[in-house]
Design a protein around this ligand. Structure first.
Ligand code: GAL
Length: 985
């Protein structure tokens, strides 16, 4: 019997859900090497009884082998498929097409009755996508769905002493797929462990343990609810608890006079042992109270601010298969970037991940495995979240989520799922949670009216919308009327997703953080998302790359939209992650005057005694002096001042900066001693003026000293360096945020009419830029005028069939310092769009791309108008190829504003800050912005034709419009006159 079109969650033989526990009962892993055969479609041979492959004597000798756990699409069988909102099969619920990849798995194992003598043996599956039917020794045991949830069967009566044959048929598509429309790869397979679990007679089938602590008194209670045999003993040696209950009537809360709080910053766990005569379960329990008082969400009595990320389980090689070192590394990397919260988007992670979150300290919003987003495209008609036919499936999912993960201190909120519209099944799910666990609030973003959830949650709201929800009410509440709006405005407000970290970006992280600082009702949010989902693949010529939607030939896919993480597919942190770390600094520094700085402790629990303030003074980026000062002892929320010694500094003709860094004195559990949590800077002295000094050289043919120009005024050579250009440039290779239009744009919006959401009808920036030909400027030299010691070239640049353009003056002058270039760009004509950049491009010999570059300017990473919090002024060094970021798709990368000096092999460049003429930014790339445009993957870029140095007066901001709001007006680059000066030394 096939269950493909059955909206119920599984067979009645499934056991009631329970916690994933660490028990001393016997366990036998069935992970490892399994026989495997993939069918393109359901073989249809199991309509009347077990399919042949499930028979004990079936011959699987010719089958392939596959490791369990794994996804078959990543093991050379079939391929992954990526869609975001769309279902890759017809919207014909609860049915799925016949062309349904079906993986038959077979494993022979030994079992003996002494495995758990006198008890039962369960067969456990921790994660199978999407429908599994199980036969043991030829008998059907049951079937189940719920890909990221745990399922158990009692197989005691089907096991035989000696060799046993387990057969599992896994269908890629099933009715359950309608409930699993998350924005991720569809990755069928047995991707989490399979095991036999011994259940001793009189053992502990389940236990629900919660630690509560009264923040006012520090007293606690331990609430232990066992299910199984009796008597039960609870031991917490550290707290002096040793309590035995003869039966259920004796179970009682265990009061504690004093207990330490568990928080994300102080993840204090107590070892708890719960046992019957036959079985002992060990848990690590934290004590904390999560509560909502008015419009505040509190943890241990203080505001709980989510500085979090949405985390999917994704690995470029293993997909969603768990690897402990990998996940521990991810969580440590988060903590090193001031991230203290995780939303498990959009499904429960591997249970061990939650133990790591308990241990390392994260506030976790634990989300149920439910998303029906594709029904949005049909106005939610037939949405399973509202259809009684799917009630059991929805309730089954939430039960299995909560029961499995209920014992974790880190889990502070339950989330019903993601983007499933709204409906009665969701409301029932919330009702079920309330009955079962009233210690955690309930979240679900799609409950716009707040009928069954406890916090108000939004994704990708504009700054104006957040301000309107929290402060001055200038806009209607999203999609609801005033009464419901009032209800939502009275609740704690959370951004379950904001700042779309796709490609280069996101912009405006600091603007959102300013709102968190301003509005106590706003409890922070979760950046979308932690990591790119690229899958490590090889091109035909063997080049490794990270595949996204469409790279496996999927007919329906959503392309690069899953490359939207703060961390690249290969684990490289992006500059966006550095920006986030700066914006989420737990301690902030603000200059008050002279040597005095205000220090604010923004942490939830920790004081400042584990931190110290390192300061240094640099002249032209070279360290002059440094030291360490103690920070004032500050409780969370407090501020104080600190004095930084600035005495006895020598005078010098240099640019001088003071840099402050707040560091951990000793090593935190997730980092090294000296780990920097916060940085601030202040110029102590501006660069001295650098007026041109008269040079001695005169023209000799086309040569002026060591400079050679062509007849049109272009530079050909400077000293030993072949050069071409400069050429005026307005184009940058569009970022994802430039290219997409998730929300409206401010570019043409009348804020009064669009409630600050921008103009929905405004096409993506890159569409506007391309229409106006900014990628294909044509240049005309207007004049070349040679002076005694220089040359002035005037260039007009316009696109085909356009009447607007820019006029550029390149004024060269050979002086005592070198070859000085003053560039002046002015727009003319009817401009009606922003510019991606305004600058000039200079061609350099390709061989220089193999050199290291050293610069004095901002760094170490790229930064843009709305992502400049992590950048600071200093002297940096990198390989040329490391200046840009290998985003999922080639795009703009590597811009570093505020250049002072750059050395690259024989190229020595200085930029002069002369009042209104600011310092340019720079970028070095083996490809031009035009060559990078429209290319799917880095290995598809054309062969490099040289090395290009871009000097930009400015670049457009980044924004978040791939999904969220566009670049804010204050970071937009509207046509304007600019100028800057550099000297080739
Ligand atoms: C949200 C959704 C996420 C993801 C994101 C765009 O609407 O909840 O799952 O799709 O958009 O990357």
């Amino acid at each position: 019997m096939t269950h493909l079109g059955d909206p119920t969650p599984g067979s009645d033989t499934r056991l009631p859900p329970r916690a994933w526990l660490r028990s001393d009962a016997p366990v036998q892993s069935l992970d490892g090497d399994w026989a495997f055969l993939l069918h393109d479609a359901d073989p249809g041979d199991d309509l009347d009884g077990p399919p042949p492959f499930a028979a004990v004597d079936a011959d699987a000798s010719g089958w392939d082998r596959i490791p369990v756990p794994s996804h078959w699409g990543l093991r050379g069988h079939g391929h992954p498929t990526y869609t975001n909102i769309r279902y890759p099969f017809p919207l014909d619920p609860p049915h799925v097409p016949d062309a349904n990849p079906t993986g038959d798995h077979r494993r022979v194992f030994e079992w003996h009755p002494d495995f758990c003598a006198g008890g039962r043996t369960l067969l456990r599956f921790e994660g199978v996508e999407s429908l599994a039917t199980v036969w043991l020794n030829g008998t059907e045991i049951g079937w189940f769905t719920g890909s990221r949830l745990m399922t158990e069967f009692d197989v005691t009566d089907h096991l035989v002493d000696g060799e046993n044959v387990l057969a599992v048929r896994v269908h890629q598509w099933s009715a359950a797929s309608y409930l699993e429309d998350q924005d991720q790869w569809w990755l069928p397979g047995i991707f989490r462990s399979v095991s036999l679990q011994g259940r001793p007679a009189n053992g502990l089938d389940d236990v629900f343990v919660r630690g509560d602590r009264d923040p006012a008194t520090g007293a606690g209670t331990l609430d232990v609810r066992p299910r199984g045999g009796w008597p039960v003993t609870v031991r917490v040696p550290e707290l002096g608890i040793d309590e035995t209950w003869a039966d259920a009537t004796e179970v009682a809360m265990l009061p504690l006079d004093a207990v330490d709080a568990w928080t994300a910053e102080t993840p204090r766990l107590y070892d708890v042992e719960v046992s019957t005569e036959a079985e002992t379960v060990r848990l690590r329990v934290g004590f904390r109270r999560i509560e909502i008082i008015g419009d505040r969400l509190l943890a241990d009595g203080r505001p709980l601010i989510f500085r979090g990320v949405n985390r999917h389980e994704t690995d470029p090689d293993r997909g969603r298969v768990f690897d402990e070192d990998y996940v521990r590394g991810e969580l440590a990397l988060m903590r090193r970037h001031n991230i203290t919260a995780i939303r498990t988007a959009h499904q429960p992670p591997h249970p061990r991940m939650l133990e790591l979150a308990d241990e390392l300290g994260f506030w976790v919003v634990l989300e149920c495995d439910l998303e029906t987003h594709g029904f949005w495209d049909v106005e939610w008609t037939g949405n399973p979240a509202d259809d009684p036919a799917w009630r059991d499936a929805c309730l089954d999912r939430v039960r299995r989520t909560v029961e499995r993960d209920k014992n974790h201190a880190s889990v502070v909120m339950w989330s019903l799922g993601n983007e499933s519209g709204t409906g009665r099944n969701l409301a029932e799910m919330a009702g079920w949670i309330r009955e079962r666990d009233d210690s955690r609030p309930i979240h679900y973003e799609g409950d716009y009216g707040g009928a069954y959830t406890d916090v108000y949650s939004r994704m990708y709201p504009t700054i104006e919308e957040v301000a309107s929800v929290c402060g001055e009410q200038t806009m209607p509440v999203h999609e609801i009327g005033p009464a419901e709006g009032a209800r939502q405005r009275a609740k704690p407000f959370v951004l379950c997703e904001f700042a779309h970290a796709m490609g280069n970006g996101p912009g405006s992280l600091a603007d959102y953080e300013a709102l968190v600082e301003q509005y106590p009702r706003l409890h922070g949010g979760f950046v979308w998302e932690w990591r790119d989902h690229g899958i490590r693949t090889r091109a035909a010529d063997g080049t490794e790359f990270f595949a996204y939607g469409g790279d496996f030939g999927e007919p329906v896919h959503d392309g690069v939209y899953l490359m939207d993480g703060l961390v690249l597919s290969d684990g490289t942190p992006s500059p966006g992650l550095g920006e986030l770390a700066a914006v989420w600094a737990p301690v902030t520094l603000e200059h008050l005057g002279e040597r005095s700085w205000r220090v604010r402790n923004r942490q939830h629990t920790l004081g400042t005694d584990h931190l110290e303030l390192h300061w240094r003074i640099e002249d032209d980026g070279i360290r002059l002096t440094d030291g360490i000062v103690a920070l004032p002892a500050l409780a969370p929320g407090e501020e104080g001042t600190v004095e930084v010694p600035l005495d006895g500094l020598p005078d010098a003709a240099t640019e001088r900066w003071l840099t402050l860094e707040v560091r951990w004195r000793d090593a935190p559990p997730w980092g090294d001693a000296g780990h920097i949590v916060s940085r601030a800077q202040r110029p102590l002295r501006a660069a001295p003026p650098c007026p041109p000094r008269r040079g001695r050289a005169t023209w000799d043919g086309d040569a002026l000293g060591e400079a050679v120009f062509d007849r049109r005024g272009g530079l050909l050579r400077w000293r030993d360096l072949d050069i071409s250009g400069p050429l005026p440039e307005l184009w940058r290779a569009p970022t994802e945020n430039d290219q997409l239009d998730g929300q409206g744009s401010y570019e043409t919006a009348d804020p009064a009419l669009t409630h600050g959401r921008g103009d929905e009808s405004t096409p993506a920036s890159s569409v506007r830029w391309l229409e106006r030909g900014l990628d294909r400027l044509q240049h005309r030299v207007l004049s070349v005028e040679r002076t005694d010691d220089g040359l002035v070239q005037r260039v007009r640049s316009m696109a085909a069939h356009s009447a607007q353009g820019i006029e550029t003056t390149f004024a060269w002058r050979l002086d005592g310092d070198g070859l000085r270039l003053h560039t002046d760009i002015r727009p003319f004509g009817p401009w009606d769009c922003t510019w991606p950049r305004v600058g000039a491009r200079i061609g350099l010999p390709g061989a220089l791309a193999d050199e290291r570059v050293e610069w004095f300017g901002t760094g170490p990473a790229e930064s843009y108008a709305d992502s400049g919090e992590a950048a600071y002024v200093g002297r940096f060094e990198a390989a040329v190829d490391d200046l840009g970021v290998a985003y999922g798709r080639p795009q703009e990368t590597g811009h570093r504003p505020g250049l002072r000096a750059l050395d690259l092999g024989p190229l020595h460049l200085r930029a002069i800050d002369a009042g209104a003429t600011g310092l340019p930014g720079f970028q070095l790339d083996r490809h031009t912005a035009q060559e990078r445009t429209g290319v799917g993957h880095a290995h598809e870029l054309p062969p490099s034709r040289g090395l290009w140095l871009y000097l930009d007066a400015a670049q457009h901001g980044l924004g978040s419009r791939a999904c969220g709001p566009d670049v804010l007006p204050r970071y937009a680059l509207w046509p304007r006159a600019v100028s800057w000066t550099v000297v080739f030394g």
